[in-house]
Design a protein around this ligand. Structure first.
Ligand code: NAG
Ligand code: NAG
Ligand code: NAG
Ligand code: NAG
Ligand code: NAG
Ligand code: NAG
Ligand code: NAG
Ligand code: NAG
Ligand code: NAG
Length: 278
């Protein structure tokens, strides 16, 4: 009898938690969102994974991953450009293989060596290196770019395939790079250091690579919100088709409106209400 009561209580509290709006699915890394508030559910894919991106024993950013399409929906991070060395050794997320593996990104090589996992097992729920071979006109586009971080570890931590989409190579090396380097620096001028919260995401497209394994997004977007001196907040945003040369700069509110139409799953909200929409 006691046991049943206990079970009932546990079940009831689960229900209650399920209905609460304050539960953050990024439980171990809410700090990468302005006021600990991630985007609303209008961006959720059918088969989502909430990844707190961990490397070398520390968290660095957060990613909402679309398991069916094997691309991120978005990565959220704090803008801290600075020195450090990048590297081009790509990692994957062990937690997407099974949940008794480490909670830290690893290379495919290390995973197969240390845990006897085949590359087929690694690629079940996520993209692997082989998926990005032989591409023409597309290459690996970071959502959270290494240039927005200021140490070796924080830069390395962006080299995981869960932070990558197949991006038009000219866009990646051209206008998008210009946005990352120059527009971000210019827009964040009035921001208090370490308070620029960024969310970079994609709209899933109708084409794919690697025999249908990995979706090629139709659009890439970026949005940011920061605190300024005088305790004001500022926000800005951008969107571009994953084939175009020109990036559209727009208000946060206008980006949310466009994403609401493109995703078609209800009104999109990317940031806490303190961030200005106009
Ligand atoms: C590795 O896994 C395969 C099956 O996937 C198994 O046949 C083999 O014995 C395993 N090797 C080790 C060293 O555990
Ligand atoms: C890439 O091309 C090589 C050589 O043509 C081929 O062996 C390999 O299967 C291709 N990989 C993919 C993912 O298409
Ligand atoms: C960063 O990496 C570079 C190249 O591997 C190395 O020379 C440098 O000492 C590293 N910096 C720190 C702070 O570890
Ligand atoms: C990992 O962290 C340790 C201690 O925090 C640091 O000494 C080391 O340089 C880091 N490794 C890399 C590759 O940055
Ligand atoms: C820099 O940002 C300011 C304020 O948002 C904007 O008015 C200006 O056009 C930007 N300049 C460049 C070169 O992007
Ligand atoms: C911003 O954060 C970075 C990394 O955590 C740190 O190295 C730097 O000192 C911070 N800057 C300020 C002004 O707090
Ligand atoms: C993808 O297909 C859907 C359904 O046919 C269509 O509504 C949408 O506009 C297409 N997206 C792109 C980028 O072509
Ligand atoms: C500054 O803004 C933050 C976040 O909107 C708020 O929590 C805080 O109370 C404000 N501080 C002052 C002095 O107005
Ligand atoms: C893209 O921008 C360039 C230079 O700013 C301009 O000359 C060109 O007309 C623009 N193209 C489109 C399609 O808007």
């Amino acid at each position: 009898m006691m046991l049943w009561l206990l079970l009932l209580q546990v079940w009831a509290s689960c229900l209650w938690l399920g209905h609460s709006e304050v539960v953050n699915p990024f439980a171990s890394c809410p700090q990468y969102f302005y006021e600990n508030t991630p985007p609303n559910n209008a961006l959720l894919p059918q088969n989502p994974a909430w990844i707190c991106q961990r490397y070398n024993n520390s968290y660095y950013y957060a990613t909402l991953y679309d398991i069916n399409r094997r691309i991120p929906v978005y990565s959220a991070y704090i803008y801290q450009p600075g020195p450090g060395t990048r590297r081009d050794e790509w990692m994957v997320e062990p937690q997407l293989i099974r949940n008794n593996l480490p909670k830290e990104m690893e290379t495919e090589k290390t995973l197969s060596k240390n845990y006897n996992i085949t590359s087929q097992q690694i690629g079940q729920n996520q993209a692997v290196n082989a998926d990005y071979k032989n591409l023409t006109g597309l290459n690996r586009g970071h959502l959270n770019p290494n240039s927005h971080h200021n140490s070796n570890s924080s830069k390395y931590a962006t080299f995981t395939l869960t932070n990558i989409v197949p991006q038009n190579s000219n866009l990646n090396g051209g206008a998008w790079n210009d946005y990352e380097q120059n527009t971000m620096a210019n827009e964040s001028k009035g921001c208090i250091s370490n308070t620029t919260y960024v969310i970079v995401g994609v709209v899933p497209g109708n084409t794919s690579i690697a025999n249908g394994r990995v979706n090629v997004p139709s659009h890439i977007w970026s949005s940011a919100c920061c605190r300024m001196t005088s305790n004001k907040t500022k926000a800005w945003a951008a969107i571009v088709e994953n084939k175009a040369k020109n990036i559209t700069l727009l208000t946060l509110g206008k980006l949310e409106d466009q994403l609401t139409n493109l995703y078609g799953k209800g009104k999109v909200s990317l940031f806490h209400s303190a961030c200005p929409r106009t």
